[in-house]
Design a protein around this ligand. Sequence first.
Ligand code: GTP
Ligand code: MG
Length: 307
Amino acid sequence: MNEESPESVTGGRAGVVAIVGRTNVGKSTLLNHLVDEKVSIVSDTVQTTRNVIRAILTEDRGQLVFLDTPGVHKAQGDLGKNLNKAARSAVQGVDAILLVLDAFSKPELEDDGWFRRITREEVPVIIALNKSDRNYSCADQYHALWEEIKVDRESDKDVQWMEVSALQGTNMPELLSTLFANVPDGPPLFPDDILTDYPRKLNIADVVREKFFHRLEQELPHALAVWVENIDEQEKKWTVEVSVMVERHSQKGIVIGDKGRLIKWVREQAEKELYEMYGVRFKLKLWVKVEKNWRKNFWILKKLGYA
Ligand SMILES: Nc1nc2c(ncn2[C@@H]2O[C@H](COP(=O)(O)OP(=O)(O)OP(=O)(O)O)[C@@H](O)[C@H]2O)c(=O)[nH]1
Ligand SMILES: [Mg+2]
C-alpha cells in the first residue's frame, strides 16, 4: 500500500472549473461570490459577459481556477455567435464543469443544449440551481428534463445538484467544498496572490459597460461596445481615455442622455467603482463614436476580444 497520500506530496488540490449556462442565470454573480471579489460584471441584460474571464481562488486546501463564460443565447449576428462559440469551447480541457441554471425560470432550449452537451463530458459536473432565494422554483422541471435527456442519449452520466443563491451567498461553502472535492490533487496552477489575469484595459472597459447596461434598455446594450484607448498612470490619479461605440447616430444621443446626464452618471459611477477596485483615483474621458455595423466587423470584434 502506498503510505503517502497525494495530498501530502502536493499539498492540496488544483483544477480549472468552467462556469457555464444560459445567459442571465447568474454565472458572474456566482463567480464574484465564490472568489469574494468583483471580477466579472453583472446585469440583467443578456450576454453581459463577453470575454472568458479567469479568476483564481487560493486556499489552504488548494486552488480553483474559474472560467466565467458568456451565457449561451440565441445567436444575434456575429457577436452573438462568437460569444456562444467561446462559451461552448471553454469547457474543453477543464477539470470540472459548473453548470448554472436559473431555478426561478423554466428550462429553455439553451439549458437543454447544455444538458445534452454534458452527457458527453467525462469530467465531473456540478449543477447549481441558482436564484433559490426567489419563492418559486422550477427545480423539478430541470431534474425531469435531465432524466429525459439521459434516456434519450443513453447516458449514465452522474452529476451533483446543489441549490444556491449567488445573490445571497446561500450554500457557497458547500459548493466550494464540492468543487474542491472534484478537482485533482496537484500543485497550484497560478501564484497564490493572483486574483485574475484579465487585462486591466478590458476590466476598466467592462466596468464602464456595466454602468451603461444598468441604464439602457432593450436592444441598445447589444449595440454598445466599450474600449479603453489609453491609461495614463500618474501616482495620484489614472486618466483613462475610453471609446464608447454605438451603431447609429440616434443611439449616440441616448447614450449621452438629456444634457449629458446619462454619460455623466456612468462616468461618476465607474470612477467610484474603479477607485474601490484599484485604490487610486480615476478620471475617465468617455468619447462616444458611431461605428456602423461594428458587430459584423471582424477587426473590431477581434480588437474587443470577441472574435
Ligand atoms: N434573485 C436572484 N438574482 C440573481 C441571483 N444571481 C444572479 N442574479 C441576478 O441575475 C441577473 C444576471 O446575473 P449575471 O451574473 O450577470 O448572469 P450571467 O449568467 O453571468 O449572465 P451573462 O453574462 O449574460 O451570461 C442579475 O440581475 C443578477 O443580479 C440569485 O441568486 N438570486
Ligand atoms: Mg456573466
